[in-house]
Design a protein around this ligand. Structure first.
Ligand code: SF4
Length: 341
């Protein structure tokens, strides 16, 4: 069943309609209409929200999220629904994320219960469940329910989010989330406006989840002409370094998609290399490349103490993991993250 009533992240108005509290847009939605995400709709004075559906469901390597320091080498049952509170013109998943916003987005969802998902995760030996593929905030209530069920079964909870959440949604998700990867898409208000959001709530979310002791990794898709200037990349790096040099930063290559022009087709490899080099100069300990292969990759985790390779990866595959009880076995330096004992 889709779009069932749900009142937790909703403030009804006496004159009909009401305000959705799931993301930092805080849409005021008239009766019979949807919010900006095109998915959360007021019907008969109640907010209908995505529930018991999946548009994507797969067992993924943890590295594919990407979460490189959260039980590396294990798998995560990954699910997504429909819709997004942003409309990034370079979205790689636009056929599902833009349903309700763009008539050309024809993605569909099928029924799937929370119990079914947890059963699948357990049967597949996964370590965690992740709400991913589209923005988890659109289905915040149901995501919380799925992750809570997973928690009862011993599974960790993960979000892959654009970070544009409301305090109310984060409060609801907090008890069931262990790790989050947040897209830090750029560092300019103008850039975020183009995507349909604002920078400040995203930075607040990063600070909040980190401050609460959850495991946080960040991803930036480096889009030519959008966020790839030296100045902007350095602003991103400075922000992360100022918060915690142990936060992993994934610098991903862009490939032309959705509403972006065919050229440039991709991020020039040297742009990614420059970003990696500058981040390391600024003191970030764990910087990785994404969406690239061959000699341009930075996939391995190095001990920040002695420089020895701790985790060797090829693509999403962990080839070896030397971390013992969260430490380097050579120099005993702590490796930030969540690891098995
Ligand atoms: S999730 Fe965000 S965009 Fe969607 S209706 Fe709620 S406040 Fe609006």
């Amino acid at each position: 069943m889709t779009n069932q009533p749900e009142s937790v992240l909703f403030k009804p108005s006496p004159d009909g309609g009401g305000q959705c509290l799931a993301c930092a847009h805080y849409c005021r939605i008239p009766e019979g209409k949807t919010g900006r995400c095109g998915q959360r709709k007021v019907v008969n004075g109640e907010l209908r929200v995505p529930r018991d559906i999946v548009a994507g469901l797969a067992v993924d390597p943890m590295e594919k999220k990407p979460l490189y320091h959260f039980f590396p080498g294990e798998t995560v049952l990954s699910f997504g629904t429909l819709g997004c509170n942003f409309h990034c013109p370079f979205c790689q998943n636009w056929e599902t994320s833009q349903v309700g916003q763009d008539p050309a987005a024809l993605g569909t969802a099928r029924d799937c219960s929370a119990k079914r998902m947890v059963d699948l995760a357990v049967q597949n030996g996964s370590r965690a469940i992740a709400s991913t593929y589209n923005e988890p905030l659109i289905s915040a209530e149901w995501t919380a329910e799925v992750l809570a069920r997973g928690q009862d079964a011993g599974l960790k909870g993960c979000l892959i989010s654009n970070g544009f959440g409301s305090k109310e949604a984060w409060d609801r998700l907090n008890p069931v989330v262990d790790a989050i990867n947040i897209d830090l898409k750029c560092f300019r208000e103008e850039g975020y406006r183009r995507l349909g959001g604002r920078l400040a709530p995203v930075l607040d979310a990063i600070r909040r989840w980190h401050g609460e002791g959850k495991w946080v990794e960040l991803t930036t898709l480096v889009v030519p002409g959008f966020n790839d200037s030296d100045e902007e990349l350095e602003q991103i790096i400075d922000f992360i370094a100022g918060l915690d040099v142990n936060i992993p930063w994934h610098v991903s290559a862009y490939f032309s998609a959705y509403r972006m022009p065919a050229e440039p087709r991709a991020t020039p490899p040297e742009r990614l290399q420059t970003a990696v080099a500058r981040a390391r100069q600024a003191g970030l300990r764990f910087v990785y490349t994404g969406n690239v292969s061959g000699t341009d990759t930075h996939d391995d985790t190095f001990c920040p103490g002695c420089g020895v390779v701790m985790i060797s990866r090829r693509g999403y595959t962990v080839r070896s993991n030397a971390v013992k009880r969260g430490r380097c076995p050579h120099c005993n330096s702590k490796i930030a993250g969540r690891f098995d004992d």
